[in-house]
Design a protein around this ligand. Structure first.
Ligand code: SF4
Ligand code: SF4
Length: 164
């Protein structure tokens, strides 16, 4: 996995123009069964990928924390939401709550998430490759293929299986 993660940013860079072109076509004319195809590709990839061997998303980017996330996680720690925010979060350029630093402070040395049961919604959904109307998050996906080896593979499989 270490080699895969080391090479991933360069591989994503090499594919960037091709991926951008593909997503631009996909946005204009998404196939009717796109949601179904994405579910299949997502599940096939995550049968092969063990996130516990990777954790690159937790190590290199953090999630956004919604107000509901803050309340739930603060409650888990028996903290007030404001105390949780002061301890762990900051407001980014887009006015969202994000982690003060990465790797995520809740990630263990064994790659387990110490707040797994109450983790942010964005963590549960990453890399969003089973999202409905997937064509609508192409800009995000273009970035995620450089972080997430599973997302990279899913986009490669998409280009093979969806003819547009
Ligand atoms: S979601 Fe992607 S980046 Fe995160 S641990 Fe799994 S394979 Fe790695
Ligand atoms: S909260 Fe958990 S799943 Fe989310 S980035 Fe941190 S360690 Fe990863």
């Amino acid at each position: 996995m270490e080699d895969i993660l080391r090479e991933l940013p360069n591989k994503a860079k090499e594919k960037h123009a091709e991926n951008k072109k593909f997503f631009s076509k996909l946005k204009k004319k998404p196939p009717k069964n796109l949601d179904y195809v994405m579910q299949e590709l997502h599940h096939e990839e995550f049968e092969r990928t063990d996130c516990l061997e990777c954790a690159n998303c937790c190590k290199t980017t953090g999630p956004l924390f919604t107000n509901a996330d803050v309340e739930r996680i603060a409650k888990h720690f028996r903290m007030k939401p404001s105390q949780f925010i002061d301890t762990y979060l900051r407001v980014d350029e887009e006015n969202d709550y994000v982690l003060q630093s990465v790797p995520c402070t809740f990630l263990g040395a064994d790659n387990y998430c110490s707040i797994y049961e109450v983790r942010p919604k964005a963590c549960r959904e990453f890399p969003h490759t089973d999202r409905k109307k997937f064509q609508q998050i192409s800009n995000l996906t273009l970035k995620n293929v450089a972080i997430c080896p599973a997302a990279f593979n899913i986009v490669e499989a998409m280009k093979k299986s969806i003819k547009i």
